[in-house]
Every structure is written in C-alpha cells, then in structure tokens.
Design a protein. Structure first.
Length: 239
C-alpha cells in the first residue's frame, strides 16, 4: 500500500473506513467519493404526510445475509405493543428464512415481503412510508438509501462504511456496530423514539433530502472529477 500511495498524485476511496487503511503520511492525498449518485428528477417526488395510527417502516434492497434484514424482523418482534408495519422490498436467498421466522413468531400482520417490483412502485412505497430502515453491515454507495433520503424519509442505519458517508446525525439515527443483539435493541429504541417524536421525524426527513440534493447528485460527481483533474495537472506541472 505504501509504494502506490507514495507514487499517486491523488488517492480515491469510497468510504471513511477505506481512508483509514492509507498510511498517515499520505492522508493528504485522500479524497472520499462514492461511485453512486442520484438523478435530480427524483426530487419531484416527496414523502407524503399522511394521518394514520400505523407507523409504516420500510426496507428496500436484497434479502441476503450481509444486508442484515433478519435484524429488522427481530426488531418488530421486540416491539409487540407498537402499532407498526414493516415492508421488505426485494429478493434473495434469505427470503425463505425470513418467512419462516415471521410465521413462527406470528408476525404475518406486522411484516410484508414484496418481491422485486418496478422502480416506480418502489418510489410509491417509499412515499407512503414513515421511516426507512437500513440495517446493512457493509455498503459503498447505496442507491436504495439515497432514494429514501431524496424522498424525505428519516433513516435508521448502522454508523459505518457507506452509511456513514451518505448520512449524518441530522438526518439519521446511526447505530454503532456492537453485535447483533445490541443492534436489534438499539434499532427498537430508535424506532420508538421516532414514533414518539413525529416533528423530529419530519425534520430529519427534510435534512436528509437536502443532504442528497447538496452532495449526491450526478452534477456533484462532475465537479469532483474536475477538481481531481486540476490536482493532477498541478502535479504534472511540478514534475
């Protein structure tokens, strides 16, 4: 790592975690940039303020172990007295395991699993939800997370990898990774907090929407590339 870092004019990494692997003396060359962004057209949509006794929770993405989706179903079980409903949108090899857990624990009315649906349907479901849950253990630039934030949904996620880069503490409740049991407990507390504080929930959603607009549009990628090319030109000129 040291030799390529020494030779490089600029070092591009996806997340803060990746940046930590670069030797300290080359940290000034590091630039954090995700490979993903969102189109501006999505901002014509917005999460709908609805009046309902049921708090709608939603996850969109693959149903595979690294996405940690089982923790969401376990969280719902931990909140038996809350009037909540969780929708999982996606497919993957953990689906059957999730269905078995849901049936064994009598959560059929609390949790719904939908297979992959057209993006227009995903956006419709997001617009009708109250809280976006993103329990993934490892991400780069998650389009699913960006979509939810662009529509104005508050987020509960892990505070690591791409989630740390995309969100901040104004738009998300970010949970430190301290084991699966602790994560489920912390997720339950975060959901309960947002249920009890609808004004904060709405404020977080707006902050998230603004964060995506300010930092994660494709336009921002072109500005970043121009800045990096300027750095490279300066290095070449010095040589």
């Amino acid at each position: 790592m040291a030799y390529p870092s020494k030779k490089a004019a600029a070092i591009l990494v996806r997340t803060f975690d990746s940046a930590e692997t670069i030797p300290d003396k080359y940290k000034d060359k590091v630039h954090i940039v995700l490979e993903t962004a969102i189109e501006e057209e999505i901002f014509s949509l917005h999460n709908q303020c609805k009046k309902s006794d049921v708090t709608e929770l939603i996850y969109t993405g693959r149903l595979i172990p690294i996405k940690n989706v089982m923790s969401l179903v376990k969280t719902v079980k931990l909140l038996p007295d809350c009037n909540i409903h969780l929708t999982l949108v996606g497919r993957g090899n953990e689906k059957d395991h999730l269905i078995s857990f849901i049936n064994e624990n009598g959560l059929q009315k609390k949790v719904t699993i939908l297979d992959e649906v057209p993006r227009t349907k995903v956006l419709e479901l997001l617009s009708q939800a109250d809280i976006y849950l993103f329990p993934s253990l490892h991400e780069g630039g998650s389009w699913a997370l960006m979509e939810a934030m662009a529509l104005g949904l508050p987020v509960i996620c892990l505070d690591c990898t791409g989630m740390h880069t995309i969100t901040n503490d104004q738009c998300a409740i970010r949970i430190k990774p301290h084991g699966s049991k602790k994560f489920v407990q912390d997720m339950a507390k975060a959901i309960q907090y947002l249920i009890d504080h609808p004004d904060i929930r709405r404020m977080m959603g707006e902050k998230g929407r603004k964060r995506i607009w300010d930092n994660f549009r494709w336009k921002d990628k072109s500005i970043f590339i121009e800045r990096i090319l300027t750095v490279l030109d300066e290095v070449v000129m010095k040589e």
